[in-house]
Design a protein around this ligand. Structure first.
Ligand code: ZN
Length: 1028
């Protein structure tokens, strides 16, 4: 039976927009509540029926996780076996790497036919266009099995594929009302639960967490008893060793080791006696209304946990792993008293200059809770170690007695695993469900008229050409390309062809792959064809008149193409999708951009993109979204495709390759980083913590596969994660709490690796110690994540109220602890920046009201908060301001051969600006250089290369390279700031009279604006709330 819908060219398909029923009515937030009334309890439970991101991910169903079960498989499993795609000649006949440097010479279709696609002429030359029609079907064995014939082309209908299980209970899903992705067969085993959990013979005795419907957890600290599903796989269930509460059980002689045992440590803890100065400083009362200069002149140091010097030395870097409270409260009751959120901030895959890599046949883990051996375990003797998370006593394997570093026997405590809190293991085949996948990259490119107009395609193709040899991978690396407008275009790049073949599929209602085996090709073998294609792509669509965008069908095609292997899909989109599955309509009312009332449409309009992402996640595919747009494109809906597949989101508003040079520079730099940064495939991450603590809410881009296992189809060095925790059982028996994050992934070279980070923190019983150890930056980041969720699940005003209440509650709680009752508003020094950071959050794009904010801009800022590591989030919240017209080498940082000036940090207020100065503001993803009108001409001449202030050009975004010391200092400082960021911060030079001035001044968060408090007013407001 031939599928009548499987036609290619020349077919006119009715492309009427689908019935509006395909879209869900957005949840309207409740009416705006006056800021002063605070009716909404901050930490009320989430409505379980709503929510995005982590909330929704958490309320996604729990899959039965029987070992080996394929959670994503669908009944149609007759697809060609995956082996077919893994095969292919390796390195045979790879063409010489001659570069044909003739970009864009194909604009004139002289050497090829003009081809009509759906009545529109497109100039296609070098790639041979294969014309398929009904009489010339391109049916392969496998695709017959792939594609059911529905014979239904009316409007937007679900293809008859079986949606994955996750679809049915995802929040807001209306069966049949919207199209789902076509689930294809799944050759990929998915049960990574059993994988990361290990391969010890007795691990099967651990029962999987009971599948159960989840109740959305409450927001914040007043957690009721958690649902069992949230609790850590309780070690006590299988733990045959009685817990001796962190102390050595009777009969064991503590083995001499480099670090004090827990019992030794506990004597140094407790109360404030013996607490280092830093922590006493954390309790110093600060009268906020009097002490105006609370911002430290240099970046805030990370709080030092109150640990012995030995433990401190080996503890995990706070840049990788940190906790909102560096002193863990002993009980939930104590935590509740402090009114501070408890959670972890992680940057697990960040670029490291030093990483101990361990190759060992035996990866030593606790037999009970599966914790990896780490610096904080206790060696009872040479043969036994006690787990620091569940306290089980384990045997030391023979192999572990040998220390490869010192090449000596009998010193298990000197092994690198026990000497470093961040290590990477080369995993054995025990940690694989299938042979490690190759690096597979698929690029899905918008080639509609508006896309081509922006000029991004040329930039992208050139950047990929430049970086083709730097794509992470090995000889197995595969690449493929899909372009789309109103139709979907595939490119046959099979080795041996003389030029790329373009295959057009015009039936977007029922996407199929014309030649499934030759669309993702070995990069080494087809390198010349790939280069040909990249050179000719921009020219092929120069004269396109296609205005439509069938993004959804293109993504469905990408899913099918990538399913057998998994990998990374990079999508470039420039407008609202207008055709086929997943089409969207404008939801933004520009008149409401500066509303002080609620902001609507922060959540997705359809769950199409989320469902597709979950399907992708199940096949180890991550989707990264690049949105380059001049108009509203409903990022709130589109972003879901990246959020739930562990992808990244890039956003370039008003992108144009000629008219917006700063964005052009940013796009180029971001691409450079994106294409060449480290990548991990088919990854999972699990976070374990000391018995008694449990994790209940996750923030970031991922899918929660089972209770606490994060599924990361891809992992990249720029992603951050946050989790919220509660204290289920008293920690009174222990003096230390530990946290371990284990990230299991496949490297781009096809090696299975496990990166393990372990963090150790003291447990305290005094409320004052909890305050003293508060890490205010971590607290702010976690609260920001919680507020973003709240703004989607409830309302923006609710989220804003909750943030204010967080400050009011914690300062009230602190006031309750102190005997002093001074007038004014007093904070412990550790929390002195809390009101300032919360005020800054309230003025940030994601959460502000009353200031004109485009909906997509707002949603992107929300995405950044949810997926960026702490350092980046803090720059977004509270930018760093420096005076730079007088940079000097005094106090400079010595980095290799460079002297990096370290100017003082200034408060974010216009009071700190003078017309005689030049000031640099680092906002994370952009830098402003504000040059005062009376700034010295020598600075303007030496550094900016202009004779005087009035000759500084508009939209200046580069500092010229000039041969003089001030210029060198400035450029060194700038490049130091710009280095190693996931998002390239573009420089804007702001003159006194430029339009960029407005956005520069919007970042001066201590100043009053029409719609928002000044810092001082905000303090008075907090004080007033506290006296209620
Ligand atoms: Zn254990």
């Amino acid at each position: 039976m031939m599928q009548p819908k499987r036609r290619l060219l020349g077919l006119t398909v009715p492309l009427a927009p689908p019935p509006s029923s395909a879209h869900h009515a957005p949840q309207h937030p409740p009416p705006f509540k006056q800021l002063t009334s605070y009716p909404a309890p901050y930490y009320a439970p989430y409505p379980a029926s709503q929510g995005l991101a982590a909330t929704a991910a958490l309320s996604a169903p729990l899959y039965p996780s029987a070992p080996g079960a394929n959670q994503y498989s669908t009944p149609r499993s007759s697809q060609a076996p995956q082996a077919q795609l893994y095969q292919g000649p390796l390195g045979i006949g790879a063409p010489p790497a001659a570069v044909s440097a003739a970009p864009c010479t194909y604009a004139t279709p002289s050497s090829g036919p003009q081809v009509a696609v759906n009545g529109q002429v497109s100039a296609v030359s070098p790639p041979v266009l294969q014309h398929y029609d009904q009489t010339q079907p391109v049916v392969t064995q496998s695709y017959k099995a792939l594609e059911p014939n529905t014979g239904d082309c009316a409007g937007e209908r679900p293809p008859s594929g079986t949606p994955s299980n996750s679809v049915h209970s995802s929040p807001g899903h209306h069966p049949g009302a919207d199209s789902s992705t076509t689930g294809s067969s799944s050759p990929v085993p998915n049960n990574y639960e059993s994988l990361e959990d290990g391969s010890y013979p007795d691990s099967s005795s651990l029962p999987p967490p009971p599948p159960s419907s989840k109740v959305a957890p409450p927001f914040g600290y007043s957690y009721p008893n958690l649902h069992p599903a949230y609790q850590q796989k309780a070690p006590s269930r299988t733990d045959t060793t009685p817990s001796y509460g962190g102390c050595n059980p009777p009969g064991y002689q503590p083995f001499s080791q480099p670090f004090p045992s827990m019992s030794q440590l506990s004597t140094t803890l407790g109360g404030l006696s013996g607490v280092p100065e830093l922590q006493v400083e954390g309790l110093r009362p600060v009268n906020l209304l009097q002490e105006r200069n609370i911002l430290p002149p240099s970046p805030l140091p990370n709080p030092e946990p109150n640990l012995s010097a030995d433990l401190r030395k080996v503890n995990c870097s706070p840049d990788t792993f940190r906790c909102t409270l560096t002193n863990i409260p002993q009980t939930q009751a104590l935590l509740n008293k402090a009114k501070l959120p408890l959670g972890l901030l992680l940057h697990p895959f960040r670029d490291l200059t030093q990483l101990p890599v361990i190759t060992s046949n035996t990866i030593v883990r606790c037999r009970s809770c599966r914790t990896y051996i780490n610096p904080f375990v206790t060696f009872l003797d040479q043969r036994r170690w006690k787990c620091n998370l569940c306290y089980r006593v384990n045997d030391v394997p023979d192999e572990f007695m040998y220390n490869p570093v010192t090449r000596s026997y009998g010193e298990p405590h000197k092994r690198p695993e026990v000497q470093n809190s961040t290590v990477e293991f080369i995993a054995s085949s025990d940690y694989m469900l299938r042979p490690p996948q190759p690096a597979v990259y698929l690029f899905v490119l918008d080639v509609s008229h508006s896309a081509v107009e922006t000029g991004y395609l040329t930039i992208f193709c050139q950047s990929l050409l430049d970086n083709l040899d730097k794509l992470p991978g090995d000889t197995r690396t595969r690449v493929g390309f899909v372009t789309f407008d109103s139709t979907i275009h595939f490119y046959n790049l099979q080795e041996g062809l003389s030029q790329p073949q373009m295959l057009v599929v015009s039936d977007i209602e029922d996407i199929f792959l014309p030649t499934p085996d030759s669309l993702l090709v070995n990069l080494k073998e087809s390198r010349e064809l790939v280069k040909d294609l990249l050179s000719s792509l921009p020219g092929m669509f120069t004269h396109t008149r296609e205005t439509h965008s069938s993004l959804g069908p293109a993504l469905q095609a990408a899913f099918k193409l990538m399913s057998p292997t998994g990998g990374r899909v990079s999508v470039f989109q420039t407008q609202l999708p207008t055709l086929g599955a997943g089409l969207l309509q404008s939801r933004e009312d520009p008149n409401l951009r500066s509303s002080t009332k609620g902001v609507q449409h922060l959540g997705p309009a359809t769950d199409f993109y989320k469902k597709l992402a979950l399907d992708c996640s199940g096949q180890q595919i991550a989707v990264d979204l690049f949105l380059l747009t001049s108009q509203y494109s409903d990022l709130a809906s589109l972003a879901c495709v990246a959020k739930y597949s562990a992808g990244s989101i890039y956003y370039y508003p008003s992108f144009h390759h000629v008219h917006n040079l700063p964005q052009l520079e940013k796009f180029q730099k971001d691409l450079q980083r994106y294409l060449t940064r480290k990548i991990g495939f088919e990854a999972v991450m699990r976070i374990r913590c000391t018995k008694g603590l449990s994790i209940h809410t996750f923030h970031g881009n991922f899918f929660v596969r089972s209770t606490d296992l994060l599924s990361l189809a891809n992992v990249n060095p720029d992603s951050g994660f946050a989790v919220q925790m509660s204290i289920d059982e008293s920690l009174a028996d222990t003096s230390l709490a530990c946290f371990q994050a284990a990230l299991l992934y496949t490297s781009s070279k096809g090696k299975r690796r496990i990166r393990v980070h372990t963090l150790c923190l003291p447990v305290v019983s005094q409320l004052s110690d909890v305050f003293a150890g508060a890490d205010i930056q971590a607290v702010t980041c976690l609260l920001a994540n919680m507020a973003i969720d709240r703004s989607v699940s409830s309302s923006l005003s609710d989220a804003r109220d909750a943030l204010v209440n967080a400050v009011v509650d914690s300062l009230s709680a602190y006031r309750g602890t102190s005997n002093l009752q001074p007038a004014g508003l007093v904070a412990p020094s550790a929390l002195r920046l809390f009101p300032l950071y919360v005020l800054a959050l309230l003025k940030q794009k994601a959460l502000r009201t009353g200031t004109s904010t485009r909906l997509d801009d707002r949603v992107f800022a929300m995405c950044e908060f949810k997926s960026q590591p702490l350092q980046h989030v803090m720059r977004l919240v509270h930018p760093n301001l420096y005076r730079v017209d007088d940079l000097s080498d005094q106090g400079a940082l010595h980095l290799n051969d460079r002297m990096v000036p370290q100017p003082q940090l200034l408060q974010l207020t216009a009071e700190k600006l003078t017309r005689e100065g030049a000031f640099l503001m680092d906002c994370g993803n952009l830098l402003y250089l504000w040059v005062g009108k009376s700034c010295s001409e020598s600075f303007i001449r030496d550094v900016l290369g202009c004779p005087n202030h009035s000759s500084i050009p508009q939209n200046m975004s580069q500092i010229p390279e000039q041969d003089n010391p001030p210029s060198a200092r400035m450029r060194t400082f700038l490049s130091w700031l710009q280095e190693l960021r996931s998002f390239w911060p573009v420089l804007h030079v702001v003159k006194d009279d430029a339009s960029a001035k407005t956005s520069f001044f919007q970042h001066l968060v201590e100043d009053r604006t029409e719609s928002a408090f000044s810092y001082y007013e905000f303090l008075l407001h907090i004080q007033q709330q506290m006296s209620k």
